[in-house]
Design a protein around this ligand. Sequence first.
Ligand SMILES: Cc1ncc(COP(=O)(O)O)c(C=O)c1O
Length: 412
Amino acid sequence: MQLSNLIKEMIANPSPIRQIMKMASRKNIINMGLDPDEVISYGGGWVGHHAPELLREKYVDIVGNKEKFHVAGGYSPTLGFDDAREAIAEMENYLFGSNVKEENVIIGQSSTQLTHDLFIALANDDDTIMLFDPTYANYPGQIKMALRNARITRLKVLDDETWQYKDDEQLSEEFKELYEAEKPKIVLFPSPDNPSSQVFGDAFVKTIYDVCYDNDTAMVIDYAYKTQVFGATPSYFSWSPDDKPNMIGIYSNSKWARGLGRRLGWVVASVDVIDAMERAQQGSILCPDSMHQMALVSYIKDAIKDGSMKEYIEETKKAYKKAADATIKAIDEYLGFPRLIPQGGLYTLMKVGEDGNEFVKRVLKNTGVLFIPGYGFGSTLKFGVRISYGPMVENIEKIEEGFRRVAEYLKK
Ligand SMILES: Cc1ncc(COP(=O)(O)O)c(C=O)c1O
């Protein structure tokens, strides 16, 4: 069958994460002469903690009730159910002290889909999009898919010599310079970040916002890991569209309450952006999933009332902090490579002192331990790898073993 030129090009440039995950498939592991049950993976970009019991009960309630199940089988409005948009605004205000209103919320299938539709709603195919380096590896492909020939410009946020994130002052200066030279239509970044688990500082984000506001550019923060900050919450987490009309937040149901497969996400933005997204979403998914919205609304209402939402989020955060600490301790003890201290999220970045892709392949073949090569996240990570502790959060004792194995191999 004849395929489109776009997809042929995309197939010829597969995502480096998918490539390495394929290499670590059961079949390939056996072909390498390794036991697949002995593989230790630090590759997974997902969370391993359990969803709140109360949320699960809400699904049981829907499925166990003939009429509710019938309603769940109907279409939702394109923007999402009114009560779900209101509940999400309430949750945002409750958790972060912002002032989001129902009309600032559109619910979608996932943050991945919403990001795609945002590109379509905000930019043209001759525009420039600013990403950080490193950043979430899916963005460049998503930009290509949605905007074809749009240009991507990268702000280097990691100093790959010192293996430290640059400070707010340096980042702000370099951002202003790059902005001036490239005049992007959108500035997009996650905070906490994937792959680095760094949380960008107030002064830097305020600089980005002010420049974006003055030039009518969208500052889009991907908040996939917003509830997973280990230290103090930055003040921009409470910004609302009424005060900051050029700021857009993309939210995911995937990470905070282990909903990766129960696909749901939302965008918080000014009403004109929500209207544009409604039009874009009519063409992409028509409407978001009804059952997930119904369960979420009911959970949000009850879990705010009885205080269990904040308790759940606090407990979850503590568990990831413990997993992050165990990961850093094991890296320091066994490998001694430069690494970043996670400020939230699921990851750290380690500098391996050789081409990261070669290192990952070599280590996998010889030890059965899987890391993700850094180059897919940006050129600053050519000599780095991403390590995820997310999937092991409920089995922290397993974290150490992989590093011990790698150290033994490297010593040889
Ligand atoms: C920064 C970031 N954004 C978005 C996503 C995808 O989120 P969703 O499951 O809502 O599509 C991920 C998943 O790893 C991510 O790390």
